[in-house]
Design a protein around this ligand. Structure first.
Ligand SMILES: NC(=O)c1ccc[n+]([C@@H]2O[C@H](COP(=O)([O-])OP(=O)(O)OC[C@H]3O[C@@H](n4cnc5c(N)ncnc54)[C@H](O)[C@@H]3O)[C@@H](O)[C@H]2O)c1
Length: 449
C-alpha cells in the first residue's frame, strides 16, 4: 500500500493541490534565460497551413482574440470542410447561448480561406498543421522559407517530429519553433512551445505570450519524442495495457482510474478516440523496435478484429446503437485472456493500488528523465501540462506533485520492484535516485529555478 490514500483527498489537500497548479501555471511563463522584458515580435496577422482538425481549431483560437487568420489548404475539399467545421463550431456555441451571433460573425470574418501557399506573405506568424509526415512538413518549410516575410515566426504543430530537422531545411532556423496545440485547439488550455536548438529567444517569448493571450497555459519543452505531455502519456498507456495483459480487464483498469479522479478510464478514451489512432506509426515501428524490452500490441490486434472503438460499435468495450456508454464485452475479454496465455503470461488479479501505481509511476519516472535532460524546465511545468492537456485530476495537483506527497523514497521502492518484475521500462531515472539519496523532493528542484 502507498503511504497516502490515493482515492480520498481531504478538502485541505485539495486546496493545496489547486494552489500548486495555480503557481505552476504562473511559473511556467518564466524562462530562466529569456528576460521577462524581451521585446516581442508583433503578431497582427497569422497564416495557418492545413485546414484539418487542428488547423481549424487553431484558426478559431486566434480569431477568438481578434487576430486575422488566413487558413490555407492544398486540397479544395479539405479547405471547404475545414471552413465548414469552423462555422459549425461557432454556430454550436451560438445555439448553446455561449456566443453572441454578432460576435460569431465578427470572428468568422477574421478567417479567410485560401488554396495558395503564397498567401502567407503578409503573415507575422505561420502555423503549419498538415499531416504528421516529416517529408511533407519539410517541403512546406522549404516553401515558407521563400514565401514568408523576413522575421515571420514559422511554427509547426507537429505532435512529435524533430523540430530541428524541420528548421534545418530553412535558411532561418532561428525563426522556427514548435507550437503544439491540443485537440480541440480552440478549447484545450495547453500549448507546448517547443524550443529547437536554434530558436531565437524572442520567438519563444512571443509564442508564450500569444498562448497566454489565447487563454492558454504555455509550457516550454525541448525536443524529445512526444515532448512533455505525450512522453508521459506514452508511459501511462503502456502500463495500462501491460496491466490488461497481466491480469486486469479493461473495465477494472478504467474503474480504478475513475476512482482516482480521471473523468474517463484510458480504455474508454481509446474507444472514443479510435483504436486506429497511431496505427500506421505502430505498425511501421514493429519492424525495427528493440527486442530487449516488452511491447504491447493488443491495440493493433483489436484493429485487426475490426474493434476500432465507438465508431465500429466495439473496441475494448461494446456499444449499443446511439449510446456511447461502454459496456463489458465477453468476446473481447475472452480474447484478452487468450492473448495473455499466448504470450505465456500467467494472469493474476490486480489491486486498484497496483493499477494506479503502475499508471502513475511510469509517468513520474519519465518526468524525472525529462527534468534531468532539461526537456522540461521544472516539475511544476510537467504538472501543469498534465493537468491542462491530459485531464489529470485537479485535486491531485499533477503527477510530480503527487509523487512528492507519496514520498519519493516510496515511489522509488515501487519502481525498483516493478523494474525487477518487468525490466527495461522501469529503469529508475537517475534524478529520482539522486533525490531519494539526498532526502529531497521534486519541489526542491522547483525552488532552484
Ligand atoms: N488531431 C490531433 O489530436 C492532434 C493534436 C496535436 C497535434 N496534431 C498534429 O497536427 C497536425 C495536423 O493534424 P490534424 O489531425 O489536424 O490532421 P488532419 O488530417 O485533420 O488535417 C491535415 C490537413 O492538412 C492538409 N494538407 C495536407 N498536405 C498539405 C499541403 N501540402 N499544404 C496544405 N495543406 C495540406 C490536408 O488537406 C488536411 O486538411 C499533425 O502534425 C498532427 O500530428 C494533431
Amino acid at each position: 500500500m502507498t503511504t497516502i490514500d490515493l482515492f480520498t483527498v481531504s478538502d485541505a489537500e485539495r486546496e493545496r493541490a489547486v494552489a500548486h497548479a495555480k503557481s505552476a501555471a504562473a511559473e511556467a511563463a518564466m524562462i530562466p534565460d529569456i528576460p521577462a522584458d524581451t521585446p516581442l515580435r508583433p503578431i497582427r496577422q497569422v497564416a495557418v497551413i492545413g485546414a484539418g482538425t487542428m488547423g481549424g481549431g487553431i484558426a478559431m483560437a486566434l480569431a477568438n482574440i481578434g487576430i486575422p487568420v488566413t487558413l490555407i489548404d492544398a486540397n479544395p475539399q479539405g479547405l471547404e470542410r475545414g471552413i465548414q467545421r469552423v462555422k459549425d463550431n461557432y454556430d454550436g456555441s451560438v445555439s448553446r447561448g455561449k456566443l453572441d451571433p454578432a460576435e460569431r460573425d465578427r470572428r468568422l470574418a477574421l478567417i479567410t480561406g485560401s488554396l495558395q501557399m503564397a498567401d502567407v506573405k503578409e503573415a507575422d506568424m505561420v502555423i503549419e498543421a498538415v499531416f504528421e509526415d516529416m517529408g511533407l512538413k519539410q517541403g512546406i518549410f522549404r516553401d515558407l522559407d521563400t514565401l514568408a516575410k523576413p522575421g515571420a515566426i514559422l511554427a509547426t504543430n507537429t505532435s512529435g517530429l524533430d523540430v530541428d530537422a524541420i528548421a534545418a531545411v530553412t535558411t532561418r532556423p532561428q525563426d522556427v519553433v514548435g507550437a503544439h496545440f491540443f485537440s480541440p485547439a480552440h478549447v484545450m488550455k495547453l500549448l507546448e512551445v517547443v524550443r529547437a536548438a536554434k530558436t531565437a529567444p524572442d520567438v519563444i517569448a512571443t509564442l508564450m505570450d500569444l498562448g497566454r493571450r489565447m487563454g492558454k497555459v504555455a509550457v516550454l519543452a525541448r525536443i524529445y519524442p512526444g515532448f512533455i505531455g505525450n512522453a508521459l502519456f506514452r508511459n501511462y498507456t503502456r502500463e495500462a495495457h501491460f496491466l490488461v495483459e497481466d491480469g486486469a480487464l479493461p473495465h477494472e483498469v478504467d474503474a480504478a482510474l475513475k476512482k482516482f479522479g480521471y473523468a474517463m478510464g484510458i480504455f474508454a478514451v481509446h474507444d472514443m478516440a479510435g483504436n486506429d489512432v497511431g496505427y500506421q506509426t505502430r505498425k511501421a515501428q514493429m519492424a525495427t523496435r528493440p527486442t530487449d524490452r516488452r511491447w504491447n500490441d493488443l491495440i493493433l490486434k483489436l484493429c485487426y478484429l475490426g474493434r476500432f472503438g465507438q465508431k465500429s460499435g466495439k473496441g475494448w468495450y461494446r456499444y449499443e446503437a446511439g449510446d456511447r456508454s461502454p459496456r463489458r464485452d465477453h468476446e473481447v475479454e475472452q480474447f484478452i485472456v487468450e492473448e495473455s496465455a499466448r504470450m505465456g503470461i500467467e494472469r493474476r488479479p490486480m489491486t486498484e493500488d497496483e493499477i494506479i501505481k503502475r499508471c502513475l509511476y511510469g509517468m513520474v519516472n519519465e518526468g524525472a528523465k525529462l527534468l534531468e535532460q532539461g526537456i522540461a524546465l521544472r516539475p511544476g511545468d510537467i504538472d501543469i501540462s498534465y493537468l491542462t492537456g491530459y485531464g489529470f485530476p485537479a485535486h491531485h495537483g499533477g503527477p510530480m506533485y503527487l509523487a512528492d506527497r507519496i514520498g519519493l523514497a516510496n515511489v522509488l521502492a515501487d519502481i525498483r520492484r516493478f523494474h525487477a518484475q518487468d525490466g527495461f521500462w522501469w529503469t529508475p531515472a537517475p534524478l529520482l535516485e539522486k533525490l531519494v539519496r539526498e532526502g529531497k523532493s521534486f519541489a526542491d528542484l522547483q525552488m532552484t529555478n
